[in-house]
Ligand binder design. Structure first.
Ligand code: MZP
Length: 497
């Protein structure tokens, strides 16, 4: 006979936090959101910690290099999506690792043999009006000159004119040497009234541009998540099919943490993948696994060597797995079950394995509930997809701006490895949808509001760390009428009258 779990499968919207004593120490400026990312022995420091408990979903429409850079600069980490060829994923990882605040790898480059028509086409495509002229047209080729809008007149010049005849040649350029600091580079820009300073290495290869206009954008970021070598940290998604090729390429590219991306991670394929990584790299490569929704799944992946475990099946905003396959569990119930298993595992083994609540976080208060229920960090797709930095297009629909957001299990993403059921049979049905989300502007502005709310709630609960929140939180279930009471009710809202 089947096993029946009699507890109702619940989600975040059904719970509220009851305030605890707010001491005078409990002010938002005292709150630390630092949290462990990977497994560690009790009482020891984990190899990786996050400065804010947010990670971005392993999705095409979310975690590209631009978002990864911005999230790491704000204290979280992205997992660059794995549903792409190995080399292009590795290239995205490299892009994050190469990022230096204020130093931009040139994305518009041509050779001296290109023509004015190519210049115009490139400007149209990238929207950038500074073009590096290198011997091979690559971002890091030997620098031969620079083209900006001051070097040509579209109305008068012949479109077939070669770049070498109108570029500003190398010997007329001011350049900075590798290793120059941002302050020094800006000093040169200021002294010589430049718009751009190319930075080159000893062989004259172009490394970066420093732009005058970026000057104000690069104030210190107190939460920035970087390693000992000062590069930003980044994660990357892997799957249980091509890991023997993908993992070495990602490690070579500089990925700091990996995560097996699967909608249902309680499988022998995940175990095999984890064991292979341990065999090859020992503890030197950190890898999360999942997703699971109960104690059994957690313990299986913990025993197989996972560095963290992701929790959540079917709760994602773009997910239709529950409708299609009838598997899943209310996200709050799943999290509470796995958090208990994590704590008991710690008692038994002395090893702490962080857990990540993945998917279904809609309101900011859901985030603080998830942390209170035991999540060490939160993975979000929809939240990040709305920002300027996500890789998708911003569109105008009627009077609203939106961004595209599609599931990894949709026909558009074609990420069938994530839904792999083994064997050679191709997937027959979709588990995700293609959608729009409301455009919300810059990540930094949104994060400051969300984190502000989380800190305020923690103070109400008498906690200034996530660990304290998890120990002190009093959580209550709410009835459906109680939920109605929680919103504005029995008044006529001015904006609707
Ligand atoms: P959300 O933050 O948009 O609610 O959920 C994001 C999470 O949904 C991802 O991290 C992933 O676990 C899951 N996901 C991604 N694609 C699909 C799908 O196509 C999906 N079904 O469920």
């Amino acid at each position: 006979m089947a096993i029946y779990l009699n507890d109702v499968s619940r989600t975040f919207g059904e719970y509220l936090l009851i305030p605890g004593l707010t001491t005078k120490l409990c002010v938002p400026s005292n709150v630390s959101l630092r949290t462990p990312l990977v497994k560690h022995k009790a009482g020891e420091m984990p190899a990786f910690r996050l400065n804010i408990p947010f990670v971005s979903a392993i999705m095409q429409s979310v975690s590209g290099p631009e978002l990864a850079i911005e999230l790491a600069r704000n204290g979280g980490i992205s997992f660059i999506f794995g549903s792409q060829p190995i080399e292009s994923q590795a290239e995205m990882v490299r892009k994050v690792k190469k990022f230096k605040s204020g130093f931009v790898v040139s994305d518009s480059n041509l050779t001296p043999e290109h023509r004015l028509a190519d210049v115009l086409e490139l400007i149209r495509k990238t929207g950038h009006s500074t073009i590096g002229v290198t011997d091979d047209g690559s971002p890091n080729g030997k620098l031969l000159g620079l083209v900006t809008s001051r070097d040509f007149r579209v109305e008068k010049d012949d479109l077939s004119m070669k770049v070498k005849y109108f570029m500003t040649p190398f010997d007329k350029l001011h350049t900075g040497k590798a290793g120059v600091t941002l302050t020094e580079a800006n000093q040169v820009i200021w002294e010589h009234k430049l718009n751009t300073l190319p930075i080159i290495d000893g062989e004259r290869n172009l490394l970066y541009f420093v732009f005058r206009k970026d000057y104000d954008n690069h104030r210190e970021n107190p939460y920035e998540l970087s390693g000992d070598d000062k590069t930003l940290l980044t994660g990357a998604g892997i799957n249980t099919r091509d890991y023997k090729d993908r993992v070495p390429a990602l490690i070579e590219a500089g990925a700091d943490v990996l995560c097996i991306d699967s909608s249902d991670g309680y499988s022998e394929w995940q175990r095999e993948t984890l064991l292979w990584i341990r065999e090859q790299y020992g503890e030197g490569v950190r890898v999360g696994a999942g997703n699971v929704v109960d104690r059994d799944g957690f313990e299986y992946l913990a025993d197989a060597g996972a560095d963290f475990v992701k929790v959540g099946i079917g709760g994602g905003s773009i997910c239709i797995t529950r409708e299609q396959k009838g598997i899943g569990r209310g996200q709050a119930t799943a999290l509470i079950d796995v958090a208990r298993a994590r704590d008991e595992y710690l008692e038994r083994t002395g090893i702490y394995i962080p857990i990540c609540s993945d998917g279904g976080l809609v309101h900011d208060y859901h985030m603080v509930l998830a942390l209170a229920m035991g999540a060490n960090f939160l993975m979000m797709g929809r939240y990040f997809a709305r920002f300027d930095e996500s890789p998708t297009k911003r569109l105008r629909i009627g009077n609203n701006y939106v961004k595209e957001y599609w599931g990894e299990g949709s026909n558009r993403a074609q990420n069938w490895q994530r839904y792999d059921m083994g064997g050679s049979e191709a997937l027959k049905f979709e588990e995700g949808v293609d959608s729009y989300v409301p455009y919300a502007g810059k990540m930094k502005d949104n994060l400051s509001i969300t984190l502000g709310k989380i800190k305020a709630t923690m103070c109400s609960c008498g906690a200034i760390t996530i660990d304290e929140l998890q120990r002190l939180a009093k959580i209550t279930l709410v009835s459906s009428t109680g939920i109605v009471e929680g919103g504005a009710h029995d008044v006529m809202l001015k904006e609707q009258t």
